[in-house]
Design a protein around this ligand. Structure first.
Ligand code: ATP
Length: 156
């Protein structure tokens, strides 16, 4: 698709660097006419009704702003969306679901959502080691902790 004559490059549109790299990899040196008009307006959040002939680059005209919007979404929104997808899919096994969705959710050159391990595990508790009792002396201003192994509990 030929770019519009004298059209500034994609880099002047405020597109995310990752999209600029993708566009360069596609060999798109400059936006087509419909892209040059539509992308800046779409990035501003304006509603657009556009018409251009087939093969004129309309897909990029709406696709690039759409991708930019998705890339800029806050992590929390993405997290909620991932959870909703997971729940609606009815997957029983989070690990299996992640192994399927992981490559889609976190392409190698995008910032990743790291998995948190703070939730309680459903796996049976591992055998406990020696019991350690903690005694706090709350009568003092500073909390004093005494850690006394069970075998020395007679010291308490
Ligand atoms: N800025 C650009 N520079 C060079 N090539 C481009 C550019 N934008 C799109 N193209 C290429 O032009 C071709 C046609 O683009 P595209 O399919 O987006 O057009 P379209 O207007 O959406 O077509 P249709 O009306 O058939 O849906 C594709 O091969 C696409 O990769």
């Amino acid at each position: 698709m030929a770019a519009a004559a004298a059209t500034p490059g994609f880099e002047h549109m405020g597109l995310d660097g990752r999209l600029l790299r993708a566009v360069a990899e596609l060999g798109w040196a400059a936006p087509t006419a419909i892209q040059a008009e539509a992308i800046p307006l779409a990035l501003e959040g304006r509603d657009i009704l556009a018409r251009a002939r087939t093969g004129s680059g309309k897909t990029g005209a709406y696709g690039l702003p759409l991708l930019q919007h998705l890339l800029r979404r806050r992590r929390y929104e993405t997290y909620v969306q991932v959870l909703e997808t997971w729940l609606s899919a009815g997957a029983q096994d989070l690990e299996r679901w992640e192994s399927r969705a992981g490559p889609v959710l976190t392409p190698p050159d995008l910032p990743t959502l790291t998995k948190a391990h703070s939730s309680p595990s459903l796996a049976p508790e591992p055998p406990q080691g020696p019991t350690i009792r903690v005694k706090r002396n709350i009568s003092e201003r500073r909390t004093v902790r005494k850690i006394v192994p069970k075998r020395n509990k007679n010291l308490l």
